[in-house]
Design a protein around this ligand. Structure first.
Ligand code: IPM
Ligand code: MG
Length: 366
């Protein structure tokens, strides 16, 4: 049985609660002889600030860099509202993304038939939905310089963020989107705001050139980011793969989450470039939802997005397609059985959901 190094960063709020269920799922995989993990744990976000005065320590950064994959829970909460900007909880996540060069963020939005009723949209609009948002994750306005609040000296200040993209950044995220589309329904929708932004003009031109040069077999469409937001809630099933920048991807993936019934359902994978020699890539897996301080510690958080993120790790980091399919099927079985946490209209506990996923895995394994 193969063994991989996993680094777990449960973080704050509901992070540790949902991570605990994934650890049980990992144990099941080891006992079932599927795959084994050497697990280390670290601190990120508010808990890291409390322990070290930083959103992530240097030693935990080194462990993240050395791991075969990182599993990340969630960060933040009202307790840390007043901490300096540089060490706010989110800074830990942003540093992981940037330092590990995790430029490709894959956010699938799948509407399980059993959950179509939990969506804020009508059943026929979302039932069977299966789209993938490919969000650029290490560039754009999140990291562009200058990024500051400047004192203008006349009682006025100026807040500045910089939206910036280079050709290579657009090409490499475009390739991820086109490659994924080839394995899915062969269609990419690229989204920008070229009607007001120069970075959007470059995004559009670069995607078109890449398409023509390397992926003429894939269908490429463009939608302005505002229109895409509207289309996502009007007719979401028109999409297969959506590729967009860091900020638009952040917003659009939150919108997409409600199509699936709950933010508690959406997993994500953040990937680096594949190493030319070994084919392996740096990777971090995290649920799209946040730390949900309002329900933290109550044992009622939905662990499915975190468990789904582990399934993405099986798929994208360890190439265990069967194991990932089995785990996804177990999640679907649990939902079909009617078991629900509060976010999707039920009263099951986090632990009960974990039990049920493991039960479904066990049953399928015979
Ligand atoms: C996300 C989150 C993060 C982001 C925050 C926590 C910094 O909203 O992963 O979507 O804006 O990227
Ligand atoms: Mg977000």
């Amino acid at each position: 049985m193969k063994s991989y190094k996993l680094f777990l960063l449960p973080g704050d709020g509901i992070g540790p609660e949902v991570m605990a269920q994934v650890e049980r799922v990992m144990d099941w995989h080891a006992k079932a002889g599927v795959v084994r993990f050497e697990i280390e744990k670290g601190l990120v976000g508010g808990c890291a600030f409390d322990a070290h005065g930083a959103a992530i320590s240097e030693s935990d950064m080194a462990l993240a860099q050395a791991a075969d994959a990182v599993l990340f829970g969630a960060v933040g909460g009202p307790k840390w509202d007043g901490v300096p900007y540089e060490v706010r909880p989110e800074a830990g996540l942003l540093r992981l993304r940037k330092d590990m060069a995790l430029f490709a963020n894959l956010r699938p939005a799948i509407c399980y038939p059993a959950l179509a009723e939990a969506s804020s949209l009508k059943r026929d609009l979302v039932e069977g939905l299966d789209l993938m948002i490919v969000r650029e994750l290490t560039g754009g306005v999140y990291f562009g310089e200058p990024k500051e609040i400047r004192d203008l000296g006349n009682g006025q200040k100026r807040g500045i963020d910089t939206q910036v993209y280079d050709t290579f950044e657009i090409e490499r995220i475009g390739r991820v989107a086109f490659e994924l589309a080839r394995k899915r329904s062969n269609k990419v929708t690229s989204s920008d705001k070229r009607n007001v932004m120069k970075s959007g003009v470059l995004w559009f031109e670069t995607m078109n050139a890449l398409h023509k040069r390397e992926y003429p077999d894939v269908v490429l469409e463009h939608q302005l980011a505002d229109a895409l937001g509207m289309q996502l809630v009007r007719a979401p099933k028109q999409f297969d793969v959506i590729v967009t920048d860091n900020l638009f991807g952040d917003m659009l993936s939150d919108v997409a989450s409600m199509l699936t019934g709950s933010l508690g359902m959406l997993p994500s994978a953040s990937l680096g470039l594949a190493d030319a020699k070994t084919g392996t890539r740096k990777a971090l897996y995290e649920p799209v939802h946040g730390s949900a301080p309002d329900i933290a510690g109550k044992g009622v958080a939905n662990p499915l997005a975190m468990i789904g993120s582990f399934s993405m790790a099986l798929r994208y980091s360890f190439d265990l397609q069967d194991a990932a399919n089995h785990l996804d099927a177990a999640i679907a079985d649990v939902l079909a059985s009617g078991l629900r946490t509060a976010d999707i209209g039920g009263s099951a506990s986090t632990q009960q959901m974990g039990d049920a996923v493991i039960g479904a895995l066990q049953k399928a394994a015979g």
